[in-house]
Design a protein around this ligand. Structure first.
Ligand SMILES: Cc1cc2nc3c(=O)[nH]c(=O)nc-3n(C[C@H](O)[C@H](O)[C@H](O)COP(=O)(O)O)c2cc1C
Length: 285
């Protein structure tokens, strides 16, 4: 998620937030938008740099995002929400999506949700991504995909379902609820298993250690050392879910004092050939 206003000040050739690798295609640039943002200039700049697709984040409920009147705070202010969506559509001819949650868990949440979907539909966005949890649930309980058929039946927008989907087995298990969606979005499981999409229809041997090292190389290429250090620790926290005893990898890496030490400890862990689980469990942030 990129702070929309900040786009005006970033260097597209250098900023780790905006750079993309030559082999990356169809990258969505997701924006943290606020009422009053200069959308003509922000979206104009993205277009100048060849961006094809933009997503508007109305789903984030983090306190610092709410404090900017963005994310869930903007979702809850229907006038500002509609105005932002309409201005973005007016200034962006590429693919435009919006990401939402179910809203606040009030007795009339379905009415409030349906009103907002209608506003988005009227604005002319191309598709709607729904993380089927309420804002205050954070990552607790399970995603409520049983509402996807109701959402899809009440809008002509294509629906992209998100939340707790970890692979083809999950899609098969939730097929009845997911069928009315046009696509799925995967978050945490794609961090735990970055090969997830490549291996969707086939099985292939994964060299977990090689994947981990490559990810660290990418992070180190993109970020200054102190930022890279923390991002590698965060990635490893998720990646460790691949292992039955992943906590030892997680702990070893979170107690390391430098990237070199992280690499040394992770290399030792991978050399021990720890048991890999077939269904990693992911936690929240
Ligand atoms: C560490 C972390 C960072 C996230 N950052 C974003 C973000 O920048 N934009 C966004 O739309 N969702 C973000 N999410 C939420 C995910 O995109 C997704 O909606 C949520 O994790 C549920 O899907 P999943 O079960 O497939 O992970 C983040 C989640 C986590 C755990």
């Amino acid at each position: 998620m990129l702070a929309a206003r900040q786009i005006l000040h970033e260097n597209f050739d250098k900023s780790p937030w905006l750079l993309r690798r030559h082999n990356e295609r169809n990258v969505f640039y997701q924006l943290m938008v606020r009422a009053g943002d200069p959308f003509d200039r922000i979206l104009g700049r993205l277009a100048e740099h060849g961006v094809e697709a933009v997503d508007l984040n109305f789903a984030c409920d983090a306190p610092e995002i709410r404090a900017c009147l963005a994310g869930s705070a903007l979702f809850n202010n229907i006038d500002a929400f509609g105005s932002v969506a309409e201005q973005c559509r007016r200034n962006w001819s590429g693919v435009l999506t919006a990401k939402v949650r179910l809203g606040d868990e009030t007795p009339d949440w379905q009415k409030r949700f349906a009103e907002r979907v209608r506003v988005l539909e009227d604005s002319g966005i191309d598709a709607l991504i729904v993380h089927t949890r309420f804002f205050r649930e954070k990552f607790k309980r399970r995603a409520r995909h049983e509402f996807i058929p109701w959402i899809a039946a009440n809008t002509r927008l294509p629906i992209i379902a998100n939340g707790d989907i970890g692979g083809p087995e999950d899609v098969a298990a939730m097929a009845d609820n997911l069928r009315p969606a046009c696509a799925i979005m995967i978050g945490r499981h794609a961090i735990v298993r970055p090969w997830l999409f490549a291996a969707w229809d086939s099985t292939f041997q994964i060299d977990h250690g090689a994947v981990w090292h490559r990810m660290c190389e990418y992070i180190e290429e993109d970020f200054p050392p102190e930022v890279a250090f923390r991002r590698i620790q965060m990635f490893t926290k998720y990646f460790a879910a691949n292992y039955a005893f992943g906590h030892s990898l997680r702990t070893a890496v979170s107690n390391a004092r430098s990237i070199a030490e992280i690499r040394e400890r992770a290399t030792a862990f991978f050399a021990a050939r720890s048991t890999v689980v077939t269904r990693p469990l992911v936690a929240g942030v």
